[in-house]
Structure formats: structure tokens, C-alpha cells
Design a binder for this molecule. Structure first.
Ligand SMILES: [Mn+2]
Length: 322
């Protein structure tokens, strides 16, 4: 990572958080703990399109992400080797083919035994692709646990008669055996919903739902109980930026009013790493940023810092094991 006091943050070709390019790290035969890659794809949206432009916008805003975490007292880049793997190819006219296409790209990144995959969407349909690639590398035979930040459950069976969209990645992942709904936490969920039955699937399958309202009462305790049950089991973290209130993150395609503030989200993310032993996060994504609705870049800037917080959780865990 270039020294910002010698090489300015506003100069050069932008990579995520100024981490080196994957090909440069590979050329030096250095291991890569996390490969971050963009997925410029938004054919899965049910409302406003434009998330295909997010990887580029987040790279630009992420130039201002610094490596030292002042709350965790942790120098991220001393613990983890991080790299920007560029953008995945996509198939914008075919959602199902896109999942296979992105999963195939992700599967080729870094060392399949050790490199963890961080997808930067794109709409939420791309989570299924990164889950497939992550499950194949890091899960063994069991399904992964899932920590899901979102205003929506994303377990809709069909939209416009189709099984793949940004409303369906987790119902498909459960059906494919990639994630275990009994080890799935959906946090920040809120209404209004399309119908009183919208929560039925997740409830019936044992998903832990912590709504926006729960967070003001027993939500944090239930989060801690989930993490305790999780233990060391490999977990995937998916973060839909629409869990944040549009006042803080206006640049998203399905905005949901009454969400978390930026600082409330950081308190929750940091709680994951401090209340119990930090979770074993083996893959992650950040999705649903819509730059056209984000004229000041605040949503992309926030997204870049959420990525940093998630990476710090893995760094915390590795530090505690040292
Ligand atoms: Mn979502």
C-alpha cells in the first residue's frame, strides 16, 4: 500500500483501498489472504438500476480508507495480505448464467486453499456466485453460516416468474446447500413489506431475524447469542448497503426508510469482533450501491469503510490466534 505522505491518495490508478493489484502480488509470489473483486452487474434489480457502476465508484472513494483501526488497535495491512483482483466478467442478459460466470471467475483467484473472496457488487444477486465459490473453497462438506445485513430478507422464491434476482439469492443458496438457515442471521430487517407472508419462509426454516426495531430492545443480546452458537464455524458475511438509512446512504436502488445510521452499523460490525471470539469469516460481499443516486459519493465512501470493518474482523480473529 503506497505511503499517502509520499504518494498522494488522489493520484494513480484506483484499486480498492489502495491495496495492490492481485497480479502484482502474484508476480512477487506473495500469499493473498483476501482477493477483492468487483462485479459490475445490476440485471437482478426489482426497482432502480445502476449498481453496475458501483465497483468503479467504490474504488474511487476508497482511496481515503486508512489501514489502522483505532477502536480495535489493529494495523490491518500488517496482519492481512490484501489484493484487488479487478472486475469479474458478467452476462448482463442472463441472470442464471451470470451466477455461474462470476463464480467461475472467483474460483480462479489466488490460492484456493487459503485466499478468501470479497465481492463488491453489483446487486444482491451476485452474492450467490461468491457464496458458491466460497463454499467450494472453505466450507468442507457442511453449509456455511451466514451473517446478513439488509433491510430485506432476499428469500423470495420468484420475481416476475424468475428464480434469480436480487430478491432471491439466499433462498437459492439454502436450496443449493451452500448456507444453513439455522445458522443464518438476518439483521436490520424492516418493513413495510409486500405482504404479511413475506417473513414466512425465513421463519419456517429457522433463520434468526433481528429487525431494526429489535435492535432497540433485545436485538444486541440475540446477536451475541447467535455468535456464541456460531463458534468457529466458517461464516459468510453479506452486507446490503440498504440496511443503512437513505439519509446516510442515499445511493441505493431499493431504499428503505428508518434504517441504521452509519455509526450504528459500525457499532454492530465491531460488536461481532469483540463480544465473543471473532467469527471465522471465510467470504464476504458488499452490494447494492447505486452511484447515480449518490452525487456526493457518501454511499460509496461508507461502503468502502464497511469493507474495511469486515476485513478487520478477520484480522482480529487471526491476531487473537497468534
Ligand atoms: Mn439485499
Amino acid at each position: 500500500m503506497p505511503n499517502p505522505r509520499l504518494t498522494p491518495r488522489f493520484a494513480g490508478i484506483a484499486t480498492f483501498c489502495r491495496y495492490p493489484r492481485l497480479e502484482d502480488v502474484a508476480r512477487e509470489h506473495r500469499p493473498v489472504d483476501w482477493a477483492l473483486y468487483g462485479v459490475p452487474f445490476d440485471s437482478g434489480v426489482t426497482y432502480r438500476p445502476g449498481a453496475r457502476f458501483a465497483p468503479r465508484a467504490i474504488r474511487a472513494e476508497s482511496q481515503y480508507v486508512k489501514p489502522y483501526h483505532a477502536v480495535h488497535d489493529l494495523m490491518l495491512t500488517d496482519i492481512l495480505s490484501l489484493a484487488d483482483a479487478g472486475d469479474s466478467p458478467t452476462t448482463p442478459y442472463d441472470l442464471e448464467a451470470n451466477v455461474a460466470c462470476v463464480a467461475d471467475f472467483a474460483s480462479g483467484l489466488g490460492d484456493p486453499r487459503s485466499t478468501r473472496l470479497f465481492a463488491v457488487g453489483g446487486d444482491h444477486s451476485i452474492a450467490l456466485a461468491n457464496l458458491r465459490a466460497t463454499h467450494a473453497r472453505h466450507a468442507g462438506k457442511r453449509p456455511l453460516a451466514l451473517i446478513h445485513f439488509d433491510s430485506h430478507l432476499d428469500t423470495t422464491d420468484q420475481t416476475f416468474g424468475r428464480r434469480h434476482s436480487h430478491a432471491s439469492p439466499f433462498i437459492r443458496a439454502i436450496e443449493e446447500g451452500l448456507i444453513d438457515p439455522k445458522h443464518m442471521l438476518s439483521i436490520g430487517i424492516k418493513g413495510p413489506l409486500n405482504s404479511p407472508r413475506d417473513l414466512d419462509y425465513s421463519r419456517k426454516h429457522g433463520v434468526t431475524i433481528v429487525t431494526r426495531e429489535d435492535l432497540a430492545s433485545d436485538g444486541p443480546k440475540r446477536l451475541d447469542a447467535f455468535l456464541k452458537k456460531l463458534g468457529d464455524r466458517p461464516a459468510y458475511l453479506t452486507f446490503d448497503i440498504d440496511v443503512i438509512d437513505p439519509a446516510f446512504a442515499p445511493g441505493t436502488g431499493t431504499p428503505s426508510i428508518g434504517g441504521l445510521s452509519s455509526s450504528e452499523a459500525f457499532v454492530l460490525l465491531r460488536r461481532l469482533g469483540t463480544q465473543n471470539s471473532p467469527p471465522n469469516i471465510v467470504g464476504a460481499d458488499l452490494v447494492e450501491v447505486l452511484p447515480d443516486r449518490d452525487p456526493q459519493g457518501i454511499t460509496s465512501l461508507l461502503a468502502a469503510h464497511v469493507i474495511f470493518e469486515i476485513l478487520c474482523l478477520d484480522a482480529l480473529r487471526r491476531r487473537s490466534a497468534m
